[in-house]
Design a protein. Structure first.
Length: 206
């Protein structure tokens, strides 16, 4: 079974951002990470490789002190391997575009925890650099806060992860790479759980 058949031609790609504030138009995007969701031949979902880039703030970007205190990022640290927004997009979008072709998918759909926040910053950076080959749907997304509320009664990422029986390391939280990896695991767990329940209802394997 191809993943394009499961999600109406969409390829789920988990995205997480770490930023200098809440305004996608004015505040710096400091980290961008993504994870393409894989599907095996039996139709079960698995997180793929997590890719992440540290990003240099764009000229004139606003950075709130409270945001840096929350995510622990030091944008001016001399050992921070930050790249420009253009380089980050090029590096991260190319694998998504290739995976779309390999799986006969029409568009990537962003999966995120409170997904419209991440989608807003992704759309802002795409517009800022004039990126012409955006593989992502501009407004559709899958939100694991909503899915976590449905499946487990939990909308906070750490609590939904715990309710799903997955590991959560508080010391690594608010890193784009770690939050992406955990969100991908949560998304796959919820979708696979639904598949398992369908199999039970249809008399399939337990």
């Amino acid at each position: 079974m191809q993943i394009s058949k499961r999600f109406r031609g969409f390829l789920p790609v988990v995205v997480d951002v770490e930023t200098g504030g809440f305004n996608a138009d004015t505040d710096a995007l400091l980290e961008l990470a993504l994870c393409i969701i894989d599907m095996d031949e039996d139709g079960w979902l698995h997180p793929g490789e997590v890719r992440m880039r540290h990003i240099r703030p764009f000229d004139g970007a606003n950075i709130e002190a409270a945001a840096l205190e929350f995510n622990g990022i030091r944008p001016d640290h001399p050992l921070r391997p930050a790249v420009s927004e253009e380089v980050a997009l090029r590096d991260l979008m190319q694998p998504v575009r290739q995976c779309l072709r390999d799986n006969n998918c029409k568009r990537a759909v962003l999966v995120g925890h409170n997904a419209h926040f991440d989608l807003g910053f992704l759309n802002a950076i795409i517009a800022r650099v004039g990126y012409k080959r955006n593989p992502f749907h501009p407004f559709s997304c899958f939100d694991t806060a909503t899915l976590g509320g449905l499946a487990y009664g939990q909308t906070v990422l750490a609590r939904a992860i715990d309710a799903a029986g997955l590991d959560w390391d508080k010391s690594q939280a608010h890193s784009a790479a770690y939050d992406t990896e955990r969100t991908a695991a949560l998304f796959c767990t919820i979708v696979n759980r639904w598949r398992h329940l369908e199999d039970l209802e249809n008399g399939g394997p337990a």
